[in-house]
Ligand binder design. Structure first.
Ligand SMILES: C[S@@+](CC[C@H](N)C(=O)[O-])C[C@H]1O[C@@H](n2cnc3c(N)ncnc32)[C@H](O)[C@@H]1O
Length: 338
């Protein structure tokens, strides 16, 4: 039985986490972590304040608080980012970047204001009903996953070794983060994305044009469950999408994905895995918390077993399911036989 002090500490830690999240979002959004990453030898309070145009007193408190949270180290009077914090907080192109997660929590946390009413009515406030800030924050938070897919997952697949010309279909492409990352990693690939959310598709196509890849990468407004493209793709991806789909259409989405793959083609599903057991809920607090919030959007996080069953019911063979550290998402790799 935990004692009262232990329970108090638990709550105090949660409350600290809230403010630490806001602090990290502040450091990311103002570029202060980027500035610290650019000074590997560290900065004094006076140097930091002068270079960043900050009031000296606030500069000192920003650095001291970062030190208290173990985001910064201190040697003499010089503060610098702690080990590994530069890529985690200051390099959006790094495949372990987590900086945008803080801002996303900030934006998605606004939904708590609607929850007292929603708890009683049972209504949902869907992803698509959210404002432009929210859609943008989702796109930024999934950017790290796109980099992870391109840099860490696909290079490990023997099917694609030595290839740069893949045909890729991205279901639920959002603002095109995955498509852009794959277009950069595979310079001769042709990529198509579909998404039901028109603002995201418009932005995705604008990003492809800005990146000079619009000739081989495009996005269309369409429901993944309506896609009917036969045996054309080496790779079909569902990146953080399955948990956003309604139960009634999931089988159709997977059946369409299976049909769209060439024989031997690969389906890649990245999603947040919901625990199967009550003990698992305690071990995967982040997924449990995410599910609580996303339930109000009408979303349902699936367990690894549920994801596998859906994929296999579509006639695909699941080769691997993993939950890479730090345990925020799962990676499922399946193949069309043949
Ligand atoms: C969390 S976002 C992920 C976006 C993108 N895959 C990425 O990694 O950046 C989920 C996306 O799935 C889309 N979505 C949800 N249900 C869908 C469906 N039935 N068909 C197509 N897109 C869908 C949403 O509109 C949203 O853009």
């Amino acid at each position: 039985m935990p004692d009262r002090i232990t329970q108090m500490r638990k709550l105090v830690d949660y409350y600290l986490g809230y403010n630490a999240t806001r602090f990290i979002a502040l450091g990311v959004e103002t570029g202060l972590f980027r500035a610290l990453a650019a000074a590997p030898d560290g900065v004094t309070v006076a140097e930091f304040a002068a270079a960043q145009g900050l009031a000296a007193d606030y500069a000192r408190h920003f650095l001291q608080t970062g030190y208290a949270l173990e985001l910064l180290d201190l040697a003499g009077d010089r503060y610098r980012l702690a080990e590994h914090m530069a890529p985690l907080l200051a390099r959006p192109d790094h495949n372990s970047y987590l900086g945008s997660l803080a801002g996303f929590h900030h934006v998605s946390g606004r939904d708590f204001e609607r929850m007292p009413a929603l708890l009683k009515s049972g209504d949902v406030y869907t992803f698509q009903q959210h404002d432009a800030d929210f859609i943008q924050a989702v796109s930024e938070v999934t950017a790290g996953i796109a980099g992870f897919v391109a840099a860490s997952i696909l290079p490990g697949l023997p099917q694609f070794a030595g290839r740069d010309d893949l045909n890729v279909l991205d279901l639920g492409c959002g603002m095109g983060g995955t498509l852009l990352a794959l277009a950069r990693a595979y310079p001769n690939a042709r990529l198509l994305g579909v998404d039901v959310e028109p603002r995201s598709v418009e932005r995705a196509n604008a990003r492809f044009a800005e990146a000079g890849v619009a000739g081989r990468v495009s996005a269309q407004v369409a429901a993944a469950e309506g896609v009917d493209l036969a045996a054309r793709f080496d790779l079909v991806t569902l990146i953080q999408v399955l948990h956003e789909t309604q139960p009634a259409v999931r089988a159709d989405i997977l059946a369409g994905a299976a049909r769209a793959l060439k024989p031997g083609g690969v389906l890649l599903v990245v999603d947040e895995p919901y625990p199967d057991t009550t003990q698992g809920l305690r071990e995967a607090k982040s997924c449990a918390m995410t599910q609580f919030i996303e339930r109000f959007w009408g979303n349902e996080l699936l367990s690894l077993a549920q994801q596998k069953a859906l994929i296999e019911a579509a006639g695909l063979r699941v080769d691997a399911q993993t939950v890479p550290p730090p345990g925020l998402v799962s990676v499922t790799i399946a193949r069309r036989p043949g």
